[in-house]
Design a binder for this molecule. Structure first.
Ligand code: G3D
Ligand code: MG
Length: 179
């Protein structure tokens, strides 16, 4: 973590998960408070940033790194993981396949960034009628001591702030413990 004027720490958060689960939408919702229905992959932006007041004397700049269509190209993802402090692994609650792939994404994150906090997110809860994975099942599988499981809707702005507030907290706790 780097010390800069006005910002106490810069924290790099990466996202992972299948294509179209809502990774970019979550990052845009959190940093710009909007939900874009335009064709997101063409944006070509690879990170989003937001400054938060963590506690009375700590200001954090969260830098959310976003894959821009590299979900299918493992070789392109290597550089992306470098130096990450935390990871958000996303699936789409309406697509079981994306839930089944969580394991692979976690393995890759843990291989490239051993020992960073990981939050698992079931996104698109607004599509309740199309749900293919229940909250209970996901919680049972991933809500263990090692991971935090949360649900969100980038569209309705539900649960989004929690994701990044909790991961920031976990990163800071880890940092304090290692100091
Ligand atoms: P990705 O970055 O993981 O590839 P995107 O995913 O953020 O590009 O989102 C993929 C599609 O899912 C987009 O649809 C986006 O609008 C939609 N989406 C993302 N989050 C939500 C959500 O919480 N609820 C619903 N209903 N849709 C969501 P389009 O069709 O716009 O490309
Ligand atoms: Mg994207």
């Amino acid at each position: 973590m780097t010390l800069t004027p006005n910002v106490t720490y810069i924290i790099k958060i990466i996202n992972a998960g299948d294509f179209r689960v809502g990774k970019t939408s979550l990052a845009i919702r959190y940093t710009q408070n909007r939900f874009s229905t335009s064709y997101l992959p063409t944006l070509g932006v690879d990170f989003y940033s937001k400054i938060i007041q963590f506690d009375e004397d700590t200001t954090l700049r969260l830098v959310l790194f976003d894959t821009v269509g590299q979900e299918k190209l493992a070789t392109l993802r290597k550089r992306y993981y470098t130096g990450a402090h935390g990871a958000v692994v996303v699936f789409d609650v309406t697509r079981r396949e994306s839930f089944d792939h969580i394991e692979n994404w976690i393995s890759e994150v843990e291989e490239k960034c051993p020992d960073i906090p990981i939050i698992i997110v079931g996104n698109k809860t607004d599509l309740e009628e199309e749900r293919a994975v229940t909250c209970e099942e996901a919680l049972e599988k991933w809500g263990s001591k090692n991971y935090t499981f949360l649900e969100s809707s980038a569209k309705l702005d539900e649960g989004v702030t929690d994701i990044y507030t909790i991961i920031a907290k976990q990163v800071m706790e880890k940092q304090e413990a290692s100091n």
